[in-house]
Design a protein around this ligand. Structure first.
Ligand SMILES: O=C(Nc1ccccc1F)[C@H](C1CCCCC1)n1c(-c2ccc(Cl)cc2)nc2cc(F)c(F)cc21
Length: 233
């Protein structure tokens, strides 16, 4: 039985990533807002574009705290952010969705999202992903590391120096693997399961532009930042 322990520098890395993640959390206000009222498709779309725009800004701040990220080639920094922003948003949405709320609130939230304006065909893949994240009961540190690992995916389009990105991603993967063994000793496949979620996350990437352009309303308006990140308009 391999004795797993976190080294001093891994503890320091964990602290940096977890603090950055907590500092740059989007307040849970999107769930609270959705629970308060039933909005029209237009209002929901506006809320989504506002949330997604602020999420990108939050993601940039979080990414700047990843050790070594700012030493990467500048074009590669942009390619990594552009390549991971949508996945980070769905990962964040899944974490918001999975938060245990008072009785009945989780059901209301799901219902509000089902009726928000998203086309029917995307409900199943999206909620399947949210539920597969929910059953993992991830702790904050795991969520923060998983987001950092998603950002540091070497094979994003247009990344020139993939090795440099691998060198940053590897210590995160090693730390997450150890955390999983220590946090979930009764689930030896937990780490592999987490990485499997990242594969499922990429499939949502595939749908995201169509999820927006097929929102049940006319004349979809996007912020310039979203046009950049979400391959729309
Ligand atoms: O705001 C959102 N997500 C979000 C963005 C940035 C940071 C944090 C976020 F939760 C949207 C709302 C917007 C308003 C209409 C309903 C969906 N959202 C999605 C979502 C995101 C993108 C597409 Cl194309 C389809 C659904 N899934 C959600 C699950 C939740 F539990 C939740 F609370 C909100 C969620």
């Amino acid at each position: 039985k391999e004795k797993v322990e976190i080294t001093k520098e891994q503890q320091a890395l964990m602290k940096v990533i977890a603090d950055a993640y907590n500092r740059h959390q989007i307040p849970q206000d999107v769930a609270k807002k959705l629970l308060q009222d039933q909005y029209s498709a237009e209002e929901n779309f506006l809320l989504l574009t506002e949330m997604a725009t602020s999420q990108v800004q939050v993601l940039v701040e979080f990414t700047k705290n990843i050790p070594g990220f700012l030493s990467l080639n500048h074009e590669d920094q942009i390619a990594l952010l552009k390549g991971s922003a949508v996945e980070a948003m769905f990962l964040r949405s899944a974490q918001v969705f999975s938060k245990k709320m008072p009785n009945g609130h989780n059901e209301v939230l799901e219902d509000r999202i089902r009726r928000s304006g998203i086309s029917e065909e995307f409900m199943t893949p999206m909620f399947n992903f949210y539920k597969s994240i929910g059953v993992l009961h991830m702790v904050q540190e795991e969520q923060a590391l998983l987001t950092a690992i998603t950002i540091l995916t070497p094979d994003r389009p247009y990344v020139k120096d993939q090795q440099a990105v691998e060198r940053l991603q590897e210590p995160m993967l090693d730390l997450l693997r150890k955390l999983c063994v220590l946090q979930h000793p009764q689930k030896p496949q937990y780490f592999a399961c987490l990485l499997g979620r990242l594969t499922e996350l990429r499939t949502l990437n595939y749908y995201h532009a169509e999820m927006l352009t097929s929102w049940r309303m006319n004349d979809h308006k996007f912020t310039p930042l979203l046009c950049e990140i979400w391959d729309v308009e």
